[in-house]
Design a protein. Structure first.
Length: 252
């Protein structure tokens, strides 16, 4: 079940804990994907808080928000790039996207297979997807007070297996949200320290979210047609140069 877009907006933009979570995940996204010029960058679910660094230099930025969640205009004070869409039919041409981020889009969906199929469809040659989901072993998935406490949390092996089944090749793994999901001032003020400490020593065992970068598998077409036909023997010329068969009646 998808969360309401107003609840997501209020958490990420109007609470201090939400701003800490937004900064921690976005910084890790930018580490994995430094900003490049001329790319088409899209996000599905509620990924728009992570896309702001790409607004200036990208060819196009698209925020895809599923119907059950609802949509909000984004970014504030600029031309809107967010759009309401069906989970099973994104209004994006096939092969158009260079970078795709999923946040609060997979674990809350009742049709995760359809979501991954659409993600596979819209990615172009060399395109990559970054799937971000709650860590089932982390503290954040156990707290209903944050968006990461809803939906189906994953382990790293579960997420990688599901991606492979839908035509993706996992390439890099990471994690974020090593600070506890607490509104206490101490944890909020020391969040940057815990994020740095977790990236260096914690891997995904303690991170609140798991992140998998995956590329689209593209299979080489099997060669057929004329090339395959020509390699077969041309039986129409069989027997040329051989003597004509002698009637059986003359062989006595």
């Amino acid at each position: 079940m998808h969360l309401d877009v107003l609840d997501l907006r209020n958490f990420y933009y109007r609470t201090q804990l939400g701003r800490v979570a937004q900064r921690a995940i976005r910084d890790q996204v930018v580490r994995l994907w430094p900003v490049q010029q001329g790319q088409t960058v899209a996000g599905f679910g509620f990924a728009v808080p992570l896309l702001r660094p790409y607004l200036a230099d990208s060819r196009r930025v698209i925020g895809l928000m599923p119907g059950p969640q609802g949509v909000m205009p984004w970014p504030a004070g600029m031309e809107n790039v967010s759009v309401l869409c069906e989970e099973t039919a994104w209004p994006v041409p096939t092969g158009m996207v260079d970078r795709l981020v999923l946040l609060h889009g997979l674990e809350t969906s009742e049709q995760p297979t359809a979501v991954l199929e659409e993600a596979h469809r819209v990615l172009g040659p060399g395109g990559k997807a970054l799937i971000i989901v709650p860590n089932r072993s982390g503290l954040w998935s156990r707290r209903d007070g944050t968006p990461f406490g809803f939906g189906r949390p994953y382990s790293m092996s579960q997420l990688e297996t599901q991606l492979k089944r839908h035509g993706f090749t996992p390439e890099r793994t990471s994690a974020a949200l090593f600070t506890p999901p607490s509104q206490a001032r101490f944890w909020l003020r020391t969040a940057d320290f815990w994020e740095g400490f977790g990236r260096r020593f914690g891997p995904w065992l303690a991170g609140g979210v798991l992140m998998v970068e995956a590329s689209k598998q593209v299979y080489a077409p099997t060669r057929g047609g004329l090339g395959a036909v020509v390699r077969r023997p041309l039986k129409v010329l069989e027997g040329v140069g051989k003597g004509a068969p002698e009637p059986a009646l003359n062989r006595q």
